[in-house]
Design a protein around this ligand. Sequence first.
Ligand code: PLP
Length: 416
Amino acid sequence: MTKSVAAAPTLDVETIRKDFPVLHQRVNGHPLVYLDNAATSQKPVQVLEAISAYYRGDNANVHRGIHELSRRATEGYEGARKRMARFLGVQDPAEIVWTRGTTEGINLVASSWGGANLKEGDEILLSVMEHHSNLVPWQIVAERTGARIRYLEIDEEGRLELDALDTLLTDRTRMVSLTQMSNALGTINPIGRIAERVHAAGALLMVDGAQGAAHGEVDLPALGADFYACSGHKMCGPTGIGLLWARRELLEAMPPYQGGGEMIRFVERDHSTFADIPHKFEAGTPNIAGAIGMAAAADYLEGVGPDRILAHEQALVRYAMERLAEIPEVRVYGPKDPSERAGVLSFTMGDAHPHDISTILDTEGVAVRAGHHCAQLVMKRYEVAATARASFYLYNTRDEVDRLIDGLATVQSIFG
Ligand code: PLP
């Protein structure tokens, strides 16, 4: 994921919008403007059809059947793993572990790697920018092992204060876990530069790619992370599916995360031996249709061009920031320079509560999110209880930004 991709060619948004049936409806008497993409993205017909085709033609359980449908289901499921490996620049598909999403990927690493490797006095470095998914699993394992959590702070513009890395990275630091892109501020973090410093300190780097994988190209070998987790539903795929990537030797050294069917080799009365990676981490019947849907989403995004998507979002954010500047009560959080962020705009507006802003916008058919966005440490940093958040994706338009601004004029008229 590059920071500024302003030179990328523009998207044919009108054609793209035809692929997303859900966008073509009226909400509260107005054409829907969907600006809640950081929470979840909409799904193109290509993804819906891949899931439907699987259930209509191939549905069976994977791996254990010898019959034709099971063979096809296994091919679809394992083919999807290969597709996601290719999407992320990974050579070895066995390094891709299917999960329920980013949250489960981070829990897997915190529990399995953390449980086996952390001890009292060790340090885990996080940032106050993190989604709760990248905080709570580490708090749980820190409690269990006696490890200590330290934090990178963020500056006024929502950028990591990287100068502090020199003092925060110590010979006790074992793991650094950071988001590639903030869901609350839109900030894109310079993961490559951070990775060099983390590795020089002898620690490992986990990257939360929930937002990053959806909003720009990700080349995992170049990124420099040791662990990477992302979610299908943020990137035009279905809910309930995601993946964890780590280098083979790291995954092989980690104990299983959950026990059950599919993840074993032999089961005796008092012990079991485990399957090779990645199946060692995939206990139980997996989300086969989800994996197939996520691979179809990767096809779709690659067809459009991840860098063009990011450039499109950055252009929309630039325009939205210009328009929001027309409203004196609005305060926008996160980097001022749109090239340092992707399509997330968090803002407050005078005394209007973000929930009221969101409710009023909804009456005009504009869907935004209000709240702490599962990032309460960000809210504390800026001393606000909540923000309103408009988040853009490949199918959003400048006209929709205008609809957001028109809705905010209504908020202004109500709140004076
Ligand atoms: N990390 C970030 C930055 C997110 O935005 C999200 C979801 O909003 C998550 C983690 C959790 O993702 P999921 O709920 O798909 O597991």
